[in-house]
Design a protein around this ligand. Structure first.
Ligand SMILES: [Zn+2]
Length: 460
């Protein structure tokens, strides 16, 4: 009798568990359907991105436009009636490009102009420019192998391309990108006068792509530019014909004193666990060559959309949800560092931080950097995303702005997108609003909203 009762209790417990799980999965899937439907029918992130791009445009850190973007983003979130919207002050670098760059080689005695752009944070050559012979290398390792005698007094030309055989464009960018990040400082150690870097794009075209370079303390700072891939090819061919040719370039960029700027934060307070925060963000600053539509206007507008959308469908969050527009991702990461420092000082508990900073393309999944059991918990939600063609939920990812939070132990998640076309636009004059597709942008916003909903419901 006792045994039968025990079995009965056990069976009814199992049935209850199954039905609860079933109910939970069902209600989650109904809610996620609602999120996607509402976004695809009445989404606002595309419209908001248009406004950010056309009314404000390029938002280089510390520039008046970046300041305008701060006010605009704050007013936008206020208009949505979030519980609080506030600015988080942060001192940021103020790098300016100055007059346009000029570069040429002499072909048959005549200057052959090349498409170049100064690298972010670079010093300028000033009037008079730099004229020197070149040393072409394909990697930092090749630079090392040449040593001082072959570099001293020359301009180093880093011509390593993004590896087209790597299926992850982001990985190819990371591998080739070290030439831009660390190349100028390394070349300066060998006595180089300046640096040219092949633009980080898979395409062969006329557009130079900028991006930050990092100088090293105790090493001379030398001017550095990026050259379009088409002109990089031409330069390399000319150099083979005439290894002694002179290269001339002139840049007028400079680093000014730090200025005050802000992260912009919008918040919906949780009604059950207000002390637990789920942050979702992008970076509000952009390079100055275009509108910063994909990088990262898209991510910012998606982050705001997550909160707006949940509010719009009448969802009351258990936990506190935050949309964070980070400042200065591109050439200093000061906003990301300040946000994490502030969170630590206030003993805030972030259960997760999510960033979208790979362009506003079709969402494919989420890259997670967290303890294995947390990754497994999120992977357990994979069936809920399948009908939205989101399959790629895996270890590894995040975003530059949330890396400081990760270093403080917060689980971080990056939106994974179809990034094959991203580096066509990235950091170049092509990164304009018309390059963003409404449906792709909205699907990304809905995917992030669904993830935030699941994190809010089930914790991490
Ligand atoms: Zn970015």
């Amino acid at each position: 009798m006792i045994i039968r009762n025990f079995q009965g209790i056990l069976i009814s417990l199992i049935l209850t568990f199954i039905s609860c799980r079933g109910f939970s999965q069902d209600s989650d899937s109904v809610m996620i359907r609602k999120i996607f439907d509402q976004e695809l029918l009445h989404g606002q992130c595309y419209r908001n991105l248009n406004e950010l791009c056309s009314r404000i445009g390029p938002r280089l850190t510390g520039s008046p436009q970046a300041g305008k973007a701060v006010i605009w983003a704050k007013e936008l979130m206020e208009s949505y009636g979030f519980d609080s919207v506030y600015l988080q002050p942060v001192m940021v670098p103020r790098w300016i490009r100055g007059e346009s760059e000029k570069a040429y080689i002499l072909s048959d005695g005549k200057p052959n102009l090349l498409n170049v752009t100064a690298l972010g944070n670079s010093i300028g050559t000033g009037i008079g420019g730099i004229r020197a012979k070149l040393a072409e290398v394909q990697s930092l390792e090749e630079l090392d192998s040449l040593g001082v005698e072959k570099i001293l007094g020359r301009i180093v030309f880093f011509n390593g391309r993004m590896d087209p055989t790597l299926i992850s464009a982001g990985q190819a960018y990371g591998k080739a990108g070290v030439q831009r990040n660390r190349g100028p400082a390394k070349a300066a150690r060998f006595g180089a006068k300046g640096v040219i870097v092949r633009s980080m794009t898979n395409l062969v075209d006329d557009y130079p792509h900028t991006g930050a370079t990092a100088y090293e303390d105790g090493v001379p700072r030398i001017p550095a530019i990026a050259i379009s891939t088409l002109d990089a090819g031409e330069l390399s061919r000319e150099l083979k014909r005439d290894p002694g040719l002179d290269f001339y370039f002139e840049t007028h960029c400079q680093m000014l004193e730090d200025v005050l700027s802000y992260n912009v934060i919008g918040e919906i307070r949780g009604h059950e666990f207000p002390g637990e925060i789920i942050a979702v963000g992008g970076h509000l600053d952009s390079w100055d060559l275009a509108q910063g539509a994909h990088d990262d206007g898209a991510g910012c507008m998606q982050a705001i959309e997550v909160l707006r959308l949940l509010k719009d469908i009448g969802y009351r969050s258990k936990r506190t949800l935050r949309a964070v527009m980070f400042m200065n991702e591109e050439n200093g990461l000061r906003g990301g560092l300040k946000y994490a420092q502030n969170a630590l000082e206030k003993n805030e508990i972030h259960i997760a931080a999510i960033e979208s900073d790979n362009g506003g393309f079709t969402p494919k999944g989420f890259g997670i950097d967290a303890a294995d059991e947390k990754i497994e918990k999120i992977r357990g939600w994979a069936p809920l995303f399948k009908s939205y063609l989101i399959y790629d939920i895996a270890k590894g990812g995040g975003g530059a702005d949330i890396r400081p939070l990760k270093n403080a132990g917060v689980p971080v998640i990056g939106l994974r997108v179809d990034e094959h076309r991203y580096f066509k636009y990235h950091h170049s004059a092509l990164d304009t609003f018309d390059a963003v597709d409404q449906r792709e942008l909205e699907l990304g916003a809905a995917a992030m909203t669904a993830l935030v909903y699941l994190l809010d419901q089930h914790g991490l």
